[in-house]
Design a binder for this molecule. Structure first.
Ligand code: NAP
Length: 355
């Protein structure tokens, strides 16, 4: 049982990111003081929305400059904090050097942040933003999981530096976090294991997250011939922020929490948008045949290797989200709200245009 004192500051790593920005807003709206660790506090394109969120809330924000690969970089920002949110980690599916661009910042970064946690006596709890990617790589892994369903007991054993390195980076980072947690007894660890996060960006200037890139594909014509029916989970970014908040402040919170609202696939996601946007945007209306993706997928996008298509297309995805509902009282927004709010934001920002 860990009681967090709300009069103490709370630290968030990578505070300007897509997911973290909503966590920061949730904390500020609660009247908390947030120690926001970012790579460049002077880049207003990346932090102005957080300053605005603070000005419109009961809370306060203080910025700190920190990079995951600089030893001790987070120690100053952590001073006096009982609760640390570690969200900073690169999320990208297209990298040239996975070791340098994904594994090192995820793994060495987690080690670095937790070394500081070990030094700073005030810290009682760390909430680590992990991922369902630390649980599975391909939809076929859910079929092969006990009972055909992903639970918090399942670990990703199928990703590697060569195959789905982002998933590998999240797996190694979360494993490192548990290993370091078990070596001491001052701070406890709670992990939020989200599926694909969709929903609007808090930063009105930026749609650079991988989540926004995926949403764009629905509206920019890339899927006008159809979408791959790839099983996946989806959750709203605002619900993800609420889950982080509850994971931090519920004394009994413990272990991993699958944070995924909907067991779905790309075709179903497109279908949700059709009634409102179908006549103006080239949304996918049908599933692309698996054989077609097997033949042409690898030529169009290097992510769509034969192995990836075989293990994901026309394969269902199922995760059990009952633990977070039961223990943290979470409820999730309907998919329609998440999809429409995401899509509308891209239209409003001019990132996708009506035909
Ligand atoms: P994002 O918008 O790209 O945010 C990533 C954050 O990490 C940014 O603040 C980024 O800072 C920071 N970062 C990256 N490399 C860094 C480094 N070397 N030093 C310091 N900071 C660094 O991505 P996101 O979607 O919000 O992801 C946030 C977390 O959620 C990640 O841990 C990700 O694995 C996890 N997650 C995301 C999803 C999803 O669907 N979006 C799903 C499951 C889990 P800069 O802005 O300076 O680059």
């Amino acid at each position: 049982m860990t009681q967090i004192d709300k009069s103490k500051p709370v630290m968030v790593t990578g505070a300007n990111g897509y997911v973290a920005s909503w966590i920061v807003k949730r904390l500020l709206d609660e009247g908390l003081t947030v120690h926001a660790a970012v790579r460049n506090p002077d880049d207003l394109n990346k932090v102005q929305h957080l300053i605005d969120a603070a000005n419109n809330s009961k809370g306060e924000i203080k910025f700190f400059k920190a990079d995951l690969l600089t030893p001790g970089a987070y120690t100053e920002a952590m001073q006096g904090c009982e609760l640390v949110y570690h969200t900073a980690s690169p999320f990208s599916t297209s990298v040239k050097d996975p070791q340098k661009e994904l594994i090192d910042p995820a793994l060495k970064g987690t080690e670095n942040v937790l070394n500081s946690v070990n030094e700073v006596e005030s810290v009682k709890r760390v909430v680590d933003t992990s991922s369902c990617a630390a649980i599975y790589t391909d939809a076929i892994d859910t079929v092969n999981a006990p009972g055909g369903v992903l639970t918090e007991d399942v670990w990703n054993t199928t990703s590697s530096l060569e195959y789905q390195p982002y998933s590998y980076s999240k797996t190694l980072a979360e494993q490192k976090a548990w290993e370091m947690n078990k070596k001491q007894d001052r701070w406890d660890l709670v992990t939020i294991n989200m599926s694909l996060v969709l929903g609007p960006e808090l930063n009105p200037k930026f749609t650079t997250s991988e989540s926004a890139n995926i949403m764009k594909m629905f509206g920019d014509g890339q899927m006008k011939m159809g979408a791959p029916k790839m099983g996946m989970g989806v959750v709203d970014v605002r619900d993800v922020a609420e889950a982080h908040f509850r994971a931090g402040f519920t004394p009994e919170a413990q272990g991993r929490y699958i944070t995924s609202a909907h067991n779905t696939d790309f075709v179903a996601l497109g279908a949700v948008l059709l009634p409102k946007y179908g006549d103006k945007f080239p949304l996918p209306k049908k599933a692309l045949p698996k054989w077609l993706l097997m033949v042409f997928g690898p030529m169009v996008n290097k992510l769509f290797s034969r192995k990836f298509v075989r293990n994901n297309v026309n394969v269902p995805w199922n995760a059990d989200n009952s633990k977070i509902k039961r223990e943290l009282g979470m409820t999730f927004r309907p998919l329609k709200e998440t999809m429409e709010d995401s899509f509308q934001m891209l239209i409003d920002q001019g990132a996708i245009k009506a035909k």
